[in-house]
Design a protein around this ligand. Structure first.
Ligand code: ZN
Ligand code: ZN
Length: 136
């Protein structure tokens, strides 16, 4: 799906900043923080424009938020857009990358009667392959 199709799907106007943010997240191998998205964005946008566009995409659930801890929040494209299921994430303690574990699916957790499941935050922490190999 192209950035402009994603915006159209959510009835959002096309702006170069919105499209830029989506394509940055689309092409990233790992989940990115707000700063990383801003740094990787082609084109120069002032802080306000970027922040507003970013918030719009977050509020419309185009971006999926991954909260590692109170200091580290990363974003990837929402599951409904990528056709992924609710999944766990891996956080590398050394290089700080966050990867979607598409194969580690979180399905129908056993909840008390009447509770409904909306989202989850399952994060495995450790070392990624890169960091493991360069450990010593
Ligand atoms: Zn690493
Ligand atoms: Zn993910």
């Amino acid at each position: 799906m192209k950035p402009r199709e994603i915006l159209a799907l959510h009835n959002l106007k096309r702006t170069s900043c919105r499209e830029g943010i989506i394509s940055t997240v689309l092409s990233a191998k790992y989940a990115l923080s707000e700063d990383e998205i801003r740094e990787n964005l082609a084109g120069n946008y002032d802080r306000t424009t970027f922040y507003r566009s970013f918030k719009t995409l977050e509020e419309n659930k185009i971006l999926h938020k991954i909260v590692v801890d109170s200091l580290l929040v990363k974003y990837a494209l929402d599951n409904r857009l990528t056709k992924k299921k609710e999944h766990a994430h891996f956080y590398c303690k050394k290089c700080g990358t966050v990867k979607c574990l598409d194969a580690v699916v979180i399905e129908n957790p056993q909840l008390p009667t009447g509770y409904s499941f909306e989202e989850s935050e399952v994060i495995f922490k450790g070392l990624c392959l890169n960091c493991k190999e360069t450990k010593n």
